[in-house]
Design a protein around this ligand. Structure first.
Ligand SMILES: [Mg+2]
Length: 498
């Protein structure tokens, strides 16, 4: 790498050699001292410096020279190398030309001939320091601006890969780096990023982004040995590159490779800058990990919700079916609990419940209620002669006849084998007798046909009032039973009143 140059321009050789020896004596060999005898020659040298990318911190120029004047030369240099500091050294300059040089060339200092060596050297040193301070400030500003730009990327809507690609472009375009623009960003396989570093094998590095062939070299940095240090590596093929590990909680999750050319001067600032960049990149990786985890979690949650909803639907449907079954079963149960299966009339228990309720109601409102008991005549003989199936048909027929004959609000139940009870609410004795008579006649005029036989049926009945003071039909039952007994004794197919 060539040393920075201090360019001295004067049309008197003796002045040039004097300047050179004074500068060399005081600055040592840190700088290369270039001499030009005219402005034109100075510009030629400048072209060469440009080609070699050699730094030019300082120009010391005479004002009055053959050809180009010093102020014009300095103005042109200022235009080409804005950071280069300039000192005018002349005995003949007018105030006007000095003013011109200050305005157009940003003249750092004016020294008149003959000069004092100490003054000159002090001025030169101050100029050089100013140049490097300014350069450093520019570099810091540049780093800061790059960091800000990369940081901005974190909150853009772009995908993780796009963010990293943009970040790499931004980092490589940092003015302090050379024009190579070559580099890459690698991240570990994010699926492996949670592995315990101490026990896991070196995770796979996946290249996320690269520019201008900035692939990672074969001998990848071993993070275990080098922890989180930014390193400058010169490899066998004369490539120079920085490798900066990207770490999350001391675990490496990636690496940044930045290629530089031979003229690039390494410094702690650059390493700090790369380290800061890597912090931001680590943040991007972390956010990406969070996002992945969040997406995965959301998907799982959605699946769970969907499954639960389905389960709930299934459970509800099953419950509905169960309810239907339950209701049907209850209806069936109620039916069997209250109905005599053979005749479809109320069974004994149901009849007593309803009849008692009716008795209580009649008691409350002072209404007349009648109770009749009906017994099929010679039923045992029917059973014995024709069998129980025929007996059952007789009972069913008697039940049908009763139901068809009585009034709408009367009700009848089968209370024993061939015994029926009939309750007639709000009925006078006369009306009750008439109803019973209709029933008796209807039964005796009906018959059951079995093959060639026609079985005549009849029934005996006992009738009783439910008395006003009675809250149940218990008493009336006993009295009606006695009346029935009378009917049987008197010859059957009769109605008796108690
Ligand atoms: Mg001169």
């Amino acid at each position: 790498m060539s040393r920075p140059v201090i360019l001295c321009v004067d049309d008197e050789r003796i002045i040039l050699s004097s300047l050179k020896s004074q500068l060399m004596n005081n600055l040592g060999d840190r700088y290369q001292i270039e001499l030009a005898e005219s402005g034109e020659e100075a510009l030629e040298i400048l072209e060469e410096l440009d080609e070699n990318q050699t730094e030019l911190p300082l120009v010391i120029a005479d004002q009055i020279m053959g050809g180009m004047y010093g102020d014009e030369l300095l103005a042109r240099i200022k235009h080409m190398r804005p950071n280069t500091h300039s000192i005018m050294l002349t005995g003949q300059a007018t105030a006007e030309s000095v003013g011109e040089a200050v305005n157009k060339a940003g003249l750092f200092r004016y020294i008149s001939k003959p000069w004092d060596e100490e003054d000159l050297i002090l001025t030169v040193k101050t100029g050089l320091r100013s140049y490097y301070d300014q350069k450093e400030i520019q570099r810091q500003e540049c780093y800061q601006s790059t960091l800000n730009q990369v940081l901005q990327l974190v909150i853009t809507k772009a995908s993780f890969e796009e963010q990293l690609a943009q970040a790499l472009t931004t980092i490589l375009s940092t003015c302090c780096f050379t024009t190579l623009g070559k580099g890459s960003i690698y991240t570990v396989n994010l699926e492996q990023a949670d592995l315990e570093w101490s026990t896991a094998a070196q995770p796979d590095l996946v290249m996320v982004s690269q520019l201008n062939g900035g692939l990672a070299p074969e001998n990848k940095l071993d993070f275990r040995e080098n922890e989180s240090q930014v390193q400058l590596i010169s490899d066998a093929s004369n490539s120079r590159y920085y490798v900066a590990p990207i770490t999350l909680q001391n675990k490496p999750v990636g690496a940044l490779y930045i290629y530089i050319d031979a003229s690039y001067e390494d410094g702690p600032q650059t390493r700090e800058f790369l380290s800061s960049v890597c912090h931001i990149l680590a943040g991007m990786i972390r956010i990406s990990q969070y996002n992945r985890a969040l997406e995965k979690h959301s998907a799982e949650l959605e699946e769970v919700v969907e499954r639960r909803t389905q389960e709930l639907h299934d459970a509800l449907r099953k419950q509905e079916q169960l309810n239907d079954t339950f209701i049907a079963a209850n209806k069936k149960l109620e039916y069997f609990a209250t109905t005599d299966e053979l005749t479809k009339l109320m069974n004994r228990r149901c009849f007593f419940e309803r009849a008692d309720a009716e008795a209580a109601r009649a008691h409350r409102y002072g209404r007349k209620t009648l109770l009749a008991i009906l017994d099929v005549d010679f039923f045992k003989e029917v059973n014995d002669t024709f069998g129980h199936q025929v007996g059952d048909r007789v009972l069913a027929q008697v039940a049908n006849v009763i139901v068809e004959t009585i009034r709408e609000h009367d009700f009848v139940g089968r209370i024993g084998g061939e015994e029926f009870a009939l309750l007639m609410p709000e009925t006078t004795l006369e009306d009750g007798k008439e109803i019973c008579e209709r029933v008796r006649q209807a039964i005796s005029s009906s018959q059951v046909v079995v093959g060639s036989h026609s079985i005549a049926i009849s029934a005996s009945m006992g009738l009783s009032e439910v008395r006003q003071e009675e809250l149940t039909i218990g008493g009336a039952m006993i009295r009606a039973d006695q009346a029935l007994y009378d009917s049987k004794h008197r010859g059957r197919n009769l109605i008796s009143l108690n």
